[in-house]
Ligand binder design. Structure first.
Ligand code: ACM
Length: 515
């Protein structure tokens, strides 16, 4: 078997009649790259109409999720059975008593001829292991109708856990509105790459997208508009809760953002009392930034912010509320500090911790706050000082991690104020060295923000996110030692057929030799 291990992974396979069918991806081809992977084609497992998923009760949610992934294309029943029912071949989910090194999100996967075993300390770990396992199936497993074909899974072992606790994506639903089903579609797509946080940018100048019961005009007026005069929309609190619960079922925590004290035109158009002159401003559907500011001197502003934070905190099972803070160009530095001195304590008053754009470091946040670095500069003394005080920084440098940046000047979508970001640019950086004075121990993780000024459909979201999202996810999950563009671009190429089978509209970058 040694020869197999030394041979080329992935598409390798012999044509002789007795050999197992060639598989599309070996364990060494998984994205994000695992900590350790040992392929063994002689250990390939074939899923059949007889196969089952074995799981104890506490792992049934993950077992049901895995079954739902495997049933549509195979047409097999794949029942979830008792963990100790060994009468049929199949996939065993083993929860608890896994290697301590795996931590809370790691997993150990063994694909052998007679069955597959996935072990983890938590259901989060099992879920992330399922994301690796599904890549070992033929790509057609992602199709929604029954395919008549062999379902052989690449043999071998994987031992894997994340480099950073936080791997995030952000979706701007304010510039253009995306309905609950579109958000769920994106949640399913990002979960495949072990993204565990979805930051929803819920409010901006052009639209207010979350129902706030104590300020109903925010959505009645501010929810109606979007960039370019396109249709607006908003989530009722019930719809929003449904999205949060759906994300949780994909082991993803939602971080809701209400941007302030700038990026607030939609709120100020909805309520005159949020402006210093008491008059509502006209709605805006252009894509300028930096012109709006809440009225910093008005007590009504703080009543408004507290009501929003209170209602949003009640809708948020996760630990973080994002209170914005970027591009407050129409708020003086003194007003910015005065504003946050009043607003930051409200977040903890309602039981949450602060996330914000890195600009909030100028307002002396508590060390529990997570500033998100979005600038293109490699130095920022204030952010480095916050890191030195103990704040963990979330890395999303716009020239690397912003999925809305155009790939090239020919990209029909996106903006390019931070430059053109091809697939290699999005992959070739290290969160532990990208910002001077912010070492690995001060990095919370990575986020891939997707702003929606130019995006209207799920196909648009997918085109900007794929393939770059996979690269940001790998930077967040995989050991720094695995970082290698030549290796990555080959593994990425082998993801293309998965996206095609799933109907994901991805950018076929010329930097990758797509299968
Ligand atoms: C930002 O891109 N204004 C955070």
């Amino acid at each position: 078997m040694g020869l197999w291990v030394l041979g080329p992974p992935g598409l390798a396979g012999f044509a002789a009649a007795d050999d197992p069918p060639a598989t599309e991806r070996a364990v060494t081809d998984i994205v994000p790259a695992p900590v350790q992977a040992r392929p063994d084609p002689a250990a390939n497992f074939t899923l059949t109409a007889d196969s089952v998923i074995r799981a104890e009760y506490q792992a049934h949610d993950v077992a049901d999720y895995l079954g739902d992934l495997l049933r549509p294309a195979t047409g097999f029943a794949i029942p979830v059975v008792d963990r100790y029912d060994t009468s049929k071949p199949g996939i065993t989910l083993q929860l608890g008593d896994a290697d301590q090194q795996l931590g809370s999100e790691g997993y150990q996967l063994t694909v052998a001829k007679d069955g597959i075993t996935l072990q983890a300390n938590t259901t989060d770990g099992l879920f992330e292991g399922v994301q690796s396992l599904r890549q070992l199936f033929p790509s057609a497993i992602g199709k929604s109708s029954v395919q008549q074909q062999d379902w052989t899974v690449s043999g071998g072992t994987v031992f894997d856990y994340p480099r950073f606790a936080r791997r995030g994506a952000m979706l701007d639903v304010a510039r253009h509105f995306f309905g609950p089903d579109q958000v769920k579609r994106y949640i399913d797509q990002i979960a495949q790459y072990k993204i565990n946080t979805l930051h929803l940018h819920l409010t901006d100048d052009q639209g207010w997208r979350i129902e706030i019961k104590s300020w109903p005009q925010l959505t009645e007026i501010g929810g109606k508009t979007a960039v370019d005069g396109d249709p607006g929309g908003f989530y009722t609190q019930d719809q929003y809760t449904d999205i949060v619960n759906y994300a949780a079922s994909r082991h993803i925590t939602v971080v809701p953002e209400v941007d302030m004290p700038g990026h607030t035109n939609a709120a100020q158009a909805s309520y005159g009392e949020l402006n210093c002159d008491g008059k509502p401003v006209p709605p805006r559907t252009d894509i300028d930034v930096g012109y709006s500011s809440l009225c910093i001197s008005s007590p009504t502003t703080y009543k408004f912010v507290e009501d929003v934070i209170r209602e949003l905190a009640a809708l948020t099972p996760g630990p973080y509320l994002d209170i914005g803070g970027d591009e407050a160009k129409s708020t003086s530095a003194a007003d910015y500090s005065a504003f946050y001195a009043k607003v930051m304590p409200l977040v903890s008053e309602y039981g949450k911790q602060i996330q914000g754009w890195h600009n909030i470091v100028e307002a002396n946040p508590p060390v529990s706050a997570v500033p998100e670095y979005w600038d293109t500069s490699r130095t920022n003394a204030d952010v480095a000082a916050a890191a030195a005080r103990g704040n963990k920084i979330l890395m999303a440098p716009a020239d690397k991690a912003y999925l809305d940046m155009k790939y090239t000047p020919d990209d029909p979508l996106g903006l390019h104020w931070a430059g053109y970001v091809e697939v290699k640019d999005a992959y070739d950086w290290d969160p532990a060295t990208v910002l001077q004075g912010v070492p690995e121990s001060s990095v919370a993780g990575v986020e891939a923000p997707l702003w929606s000024e130019t995006l209207r459909t799920s196909a648009d979201i997918e085109y900007q996110a794929f393939p770059r999202l996979a690269g940001i996810a790998e930077i967040g999950w995989s050991p720094a030692a695995t970082h290698n563009w030549d290796d990555y671009r080959k593994r990425l190429a082998a993801q293309g057929p998965i996206w095609t089978a799933q109907g994901i509209n991805f950018y076929r970058s010329p930097q990758v030799d797509w299968k």
